[in-house]
Each structure stands twice: as C-alpha cells, then as structure tokens.
Design a protein around this ligand. Structure first.
Ligand SMILES: CC(C)(COP(=O)(O)OP(=O)(O)OC[C@H]1O[C@@H](n2cnc3c(N)ncnc32)[C@H](O)[C@@H]1OP(=O)(O)O)[C@@H](O)C(=O)NCCC(=O)NCCS
Length: 260
C-alpha cells in the first residue's frame, strides 16, 4: 500500500474548505461511482494481491466495476449502515459540471446497533450466506460465483477479512461500536483534508451518542498516520498490526473497557 498517502511536503494541495464539500448519505444510485472509486483509490499492489492477474478475464477493467457494484447492492438494504459520500459543491473551483455527482471520497460504517450482536464485515464473501443476501437479491449460486470469480478468496477472505473480524470479536464482541468498512479518497483529491472530514463526520455522531460510542477500524500501514491524527489508538493484542480504536475522549463519559 505504498502510495496510499500523498507526500505532505510537496505543499501543492490546498485543503478543501468545508463549504466546498458536500457530505451526504450514499444511495444505490451511487453504486457505480462507489465501485469506480474503490478501484481508483486503492493501489495496484492491493488489487494485484486480491484479484491477481491470472484470475482476471480479458475485459476485467470494465467488468470489475460492474461486479463490485452488484456485490455491494445488498449493503443498501441492510439496517444500521451509514455510507457517507463526499461530492464537490458547485462553489468549489474543483467542481466538474460534467460530472456533478461524482463521488470523490467515501466512508462506510456499520453502526453500534448492529455490531453489538454481529461481527460481519460486509466485504466478506460469506456475508451473503450469513446475512441471506443471495435469497434477498434473488441471485443464484452460479451468478454469485461469477461476481466473485476474479477474487482470490484465500487472500481476500482467509488472509484478510476473516482474521480481521476474529480480532474485532476479541476486542469488541458484545460491545456496540462504529466499524469502518472501506474509506477512500480519489488520488487526485487526496491530501486535501477529505478523509479528515469523513472521519470527523462519524466521530462527531459517536461522541454525541448517549453513552458516547467507540469507533474501530483496520488500518493499512500507510494510513495509520491518518487515524492517529484522529484519536485512534493501535491495539496491542491480536491483529495489533492493523487494529485501531477511538474510545470516547476523556472529556466524555468514559467507556467501560472489556476485561482481558
Ligand atoms: C488514506 C486516505 C483515505 C487518506 O485520505 P486523504 O483525504 O488524503 O487524507 P487527509 O488529507 O484528510 O489527511 C488526513 C490527516 O492525516 C494527515 N496526513 C495525511 N498524510 C500524512 C502524512 N503523510 N504524514 C503525516 N500526516 C498526514 C493530514 O494532515 C490530516 O490530518 P489533519 O486533518 O489533522 O491535518 C487516502 O489516502 C486513500 O484513499 N488512500 C487509498 C485507500 C486507502 O488506503 N484507504 C484506507 C485503508 S485503511
């Protein structure tokens, strides 16, 4: 994930002013932009690992967006999910009138009301089995297999999303928490404070809840610095290389820690 963060020292990217950015909840109409943004933002090293070239069909570049958008469709029918998109306001000098609804960054959260009783990252292939998406969507097993046919599940699920969920269970099983699914910002908009806006949008709500709620995420190595800036602390047990938590600030009602 070597290119996840833009260099800070180049100083060429001005931060977005709050009124240049519109944060709002994404809908099914946004699926294509959401899928395109995922492929554009995460680097080639990640895509090569989880969708290795030998599994890609010839027309993978066009198919991958369509397939991912379809795989994400059930997310929008699930309760207690918050998918926040960032788009540019017409007042911004970066606004592109030819693509006014283009999503330039997004953060997807599973909310405490669901994570209290369920630890299932929606990216997992088996989320469909656990949450009944195949039946709800009217998909056949064959159709679903095709949607996943270029993904190496030993890398995607067995090496990443399943162990990440097991670690989360260890730390937060039975405790409602905000859980960050994907967060990304399009490369040409990185380094301008967008992920800070997206993260603050969630932590403001978590801090205002009664009682205030913890937020948890799995950080790629290069993104760790971003989360540290936002009050997330690395955890020191299983999955310590990725697990990070932001407990409510000291000034708010302290969260009861789960005993070891
Ligand atoms: C990680 C990512 C979401 C960050 O988004 P971004 O909009 O570029 O981040 P921001 O500009 O809002 O920076 C966030 C904070 O980290 C700080 N920061 C960013 N890069 C930094 C760096 N290299 N060194 C030190 N601080 C840095 C910023 O100053 C900012 O803090 P501030 O608001 O207090 O000033 C973006 O790089 C991305 O989409 N990467 C690819 C996908 C990815 O890796 N997602 C995360 C998976 S865990």
């Amino acid at each position: 994930m070597g290119d996840a963060l833009p260099p800070q020292e180049n100083g060429t990217r001005a931060r977005y002013a709050p009124d240049e950015i519109i944060l709002s909840e994404a809908t099914k109409d946004d699926l294509t932009y959401l899928a395109e943004g995922y492929y554009a933002s995460f680097d080639a090293e990640w895509h090569d690992e989880v969708e290795p070239p030998h599994l890609r069909p010839e027309n993978w570049t066009s198919l991958r967006v369509q397939r991912l958008a379809t795989r994400m469709t059930p997310w929008f029918s699930e309760p207690n999910v918050r998918i926040v998109k960032a788009t540019l306001s017409p007042s911004s000098s970066s606004y592109d009138a030819t693509a006014p609804n283009r999503i330039i960054g997004q953060a997807m959260w599973l909310l405490p009301s669901r994570t209290k009783t369920e630890i299932v990252n929606f990216w997992r292939r088996d989320a469909s089995d656990i949450l009944g998406w195949r039946e709800k969507m009217g998909w056949t097993k064959e159709f679903e297999d095709e949607l996943w046919s270029s993904v190496d599940l030993t890398k995607w699920q067995d090496a990443e999303f399943l162990p990440w969920d097991r670690a989360r269970e260890e730390y937060l099983g039975g405790i409602g928490h905000w859980f960050l699914g994907p967060i990304w910002v399009l490369p040409e908009h990185q380094g301008r404070g967008l992920s800070s806006m997206l993260l603050k949008n969630a932590s403001d709500l978590a801090d205002k809840a009664d009682p205030p709620e913890p937020l948890y995420l799995e950080a790629f190595p290069d993104a760790r610095v971003v989360y540290l800036r936002h009050g997330y602390q690395p955890l020191d047990g299983v999955g310590k290389e990725f697990a990070m938590i932001r407990n409510p600030p000291e000034s708010l009602k302290p969260l009861l820690q789960k005993p070891e």
